[in-house]
Design a protein around this ligand. Sequence first.
Ligand code: FAD
Length: 406
Amino acid sequence: MNKPSIVVLGAGYGGIMTTTKLQKMIGDTEADITLVNKHDYHYQTTWLHENAAGTLHHDRTRLPIKDVVNFNKVNFVQDTVVSIDPDNKVVKLEDGELTYDYLVIGLGFESATFGIEGLGENAYMLNNINSARRIRDLIEYNFAQYNIYKEDRQDLITIVVGGAGFTGIELVGELANRIPELCQEYDVDPSKVRLLNVEAGPTALAGFDEELVEYAMNRLEEKGVEFRLNTMIKSCSENGIIVEKDGEQEEIASKNVIWAAGVRGNSIVEESGFEVGRGRVAVRQDLRTPDYDDVFVVGDCAAFFEEGAERPFPPTAQIAMQMADTAAHNLKQLVNGQDELEGFEPDIKGTVASLGHTDAIGVIFDDKKLYGRSASIMKKVIDNRYLLKLGGVGLLLKKGKLDMYH
Ligand code: FAD
């Protein structure tokens, strides 16, 4: 009998964890496992704000897939997925196609621009290593240019971050730390630099504990962040943005507009005909799509609703990794001819948002609040735990954040 083939799309948190689990759980004689990813490296999306700000080199954030996936057990295909045809069980790649018996979609997120005029074309998005590297270089280049001009080019040293959610706040936290270094390097007067965080809602970090939000905003304001709450970005051009608050419009000139205010599931999923909301498939409890018994979705392409819930779990790395456990277990069952699949049971261990360097806020074990250095240490513990899970002690020593106090 032919062995079934399992194809995993995307080597983000969900995809790579599913693959490393499958390579342990499924023997060579039971199934063929293929992992497809655009690059030959995996990266930790949750560190991208540090790469974009220039406070951490991107080589710390990425790691070769061959270091954690056993290529004797898994067929790795470095290629870009173009589309999926679930009726014929075919995945189209830029350089060919693959057929499958079981598919795991883990293609991650992309920025959602909510139809804001000019945003997609002119703002910089923080999605992957390439985009993070570009933001770092853009800001550095604009600081380098500032003293070239005779006139005061404030737009070159004005940085706008759209969105005060998790990603936006983590990014402004890192930028606030990086700016003094940039000023020193490029002879820019620090008092002239502006770092704005524009948010349409009434608060930063909506949904977070109020006391923690207040702490975060105060700390960031002390470091020079200007919050613009209840403020909509109406449009974006190559010269900056137009914002609106209480019906009044204002133009903010900036050559450094970064959009960190919204994500959706990878559009390949929607374009392939799966039914989605904000690009995410409302998966069944066992993480399969509603219409296909052989297609699982993990990570940011999946919207998981607990039984009876009106809203899905927010897309996070934590959820993506936990989904990998369930998907791998259920694939093992199917490969072994068992149709009893387990339901996904999210176990939220806590949420910690970095405010830069040794500062952070967080809630762990349901209601324990953390501030400052203790939260920052917890953030590093979470990051290191992931590396340990993915590649053991060797990977932790190579890529981990082992200096807890810096
Ligand atoms: P991703 O990690 O997005 O990976 C997708 C993979 O698919 C990538 O390897 C990509 O190269 C590949 N891919 C994409 N398209 C194709 C294609 N067409 N062909 C082939 N390969 C493709 N979550 C937390 O839980 N905690 C945090 O502290 C946190 N901080 C964050 C900070 C930032 C700056 C950002 C941007 C996000 C943060 N998140 C955090 C959210 C978290 O990063 C995402 O929820 C998580 O990355 C989703 O994982 P994923 O497996 O779905 O996909």
